[in-house]
Design a protein around this ligand. Structure first.
Ligand SMILES: C[S@@+](CC[C@H](N)C(=O)[O-])C[C@H]1O[C@@H](n2cnc3c(N)ncnc32)[C@H](O)[C@@H]1O
Length: 322
């Protein structure tokens, strides 16, 4: 009844009964298609919609328990992941200290204080100081390989991540998934609209790895907020072209397919309390809320097999090891 009233407003009454039926059928089909689209969108967004999360907390907890019990089989232990991160971060810090020393040596005394300030991100253009390596070189020298973003080998897949030099043995921590960490009950709706970089952990913790738009502003703001004395607690350079921690490009790893099997998998890694303060500046993750009572969640990508130089990394977007 309502449909025929609505229809008579938009379609001329000169249509025959047969034509009217035809139009009505079209309207119904269009209505179903639109409803299906809305339903699909809702199914994918409801996990980020705080009232829905609150109403379904019990059900979610049950699912988390089941999934967690099924996926205790990590590829490598947290200790092994820590070892790689510490090894690389120490080398990056040594390099940064050497660079600062070298830059200072080259500067007139009057400008040294200015460039030493932890707030300062600008610097004089003095070229590459001697004996100092770019982070990517430090990575190659320390962990034996480097990864970089390049156009994907898959058509229409945008950017991908490649092993460009060295060799990655099976079980190696090969990349990190950077971004802002949202606990299951924290609001991410606006940041998540049209955002393909939101990664969902088994316990529904979300990582927003988008380096543009609102996501970028939120990350910058949270990262600037959290520091202890002179120490930054997270890295913001993954938002720029000059990444200080070269592992932090995991959000650009593309999904596997029948032709391109996964060669890396995601593994959750909660940063241990004992992780050195001065090395946290290389962690590419920050909590959305400053008062989060849990260890910082990171997600690393671990090699499922030996990976040779020139190979693109592929993960399975639907598998995470807890
Ligand atoms: C997390 S992003 C990965 C980085 C992305 N390639 C880029 O350039 O921004 C996920 C998006 O990459 C694209 N993508 C990932 N795997 C793909 C594949 N196997 N084939 C085609 N597109 C893919 C899809 O557009 C997907 O929404």
């Amino acid at each position: 009844m309502a449909l025929s009233r609505w229809r008579s407003r938009f379609f001329p009454s000169t249509l025959t009964d047969g034509e009217n039926q035809h139009v009505s059928l079209h309207v119904q089909i269009m209505f179903r298609i639109v409803m299906k689209r809305i339903q699909d969108k809702w199914k994918s967004y409801r996990h980020r919609f705080v009232p829905w999360i609150a109403l379904n907390l019990r059900k979610n907890e049950r699912t988390i328990r089941q999934v967690t019990e099924r996926s205790k089989d990590r590829l490598v232990s947290d200790e092994v992941v820590s070892e790689t991160l510490l090894h690389l971060f120490r080398a990056l810090l040594r390099n940064d200290v050497a660079q600062q020393g070298e830059v200072l040596r080259l500067l007139p005394a009057s400008t040294q204080t200015r460039y030493l300030s932890p707030e300062t991100t600008e610097g004089p253009d003095i070229g590459e100081p001697e004996g100092v390596h770019r982070p990517i070189e430090t990575m190659l020298n320390t962990v034996g390989f480097c990864i970089e973003r390049k156009p994907s080998s898959l058509p229409f897949a945008g950017t991908g991540v490649f092993v460009t030099r060295g060799f990655v043995p099976k079980g190696t921590t090969v990349a990190m998934y950077p971004g802002t960490i949202y606990q299951a009950y924290e609001p991410i709706l606006f940041q998540s609209i049209g955002n393909p970089f939101v990664f969902r952990c088994i316990d529904h913790v979300l990582i927003d790895g988008n380096d543009k738009g609102i996501s970028k502003i939120v990350y910058r703001s949270c990262s600037g907020r959290d520091r202890i004395g002179p120490f930054r607690l997270s890295d913001i350079t993954w938002l720029t072209a000059n990444t200080e921690n070269p592992l932090a490009v995991g959000q650009y790893v593309n999904n596997c397919s029948n032709e391109r099997a996964a060669n890396v998998c995601y593994q959750e890694y909660d940063v241990p309390e004992a992780f050195p303060l001065e090395l946290r500046q290389y962690l590419p993750n920050v909590n959305y809320r400053h008062d989060t009572q849990r260890p910082l969640r990171c997600v690393v990508l671990v090699a499922l097999r030996d990976i040779c130089p020139g190979e693109e990394l592929f993960s399975n977007y639907f598998t995470i090891v807890h």
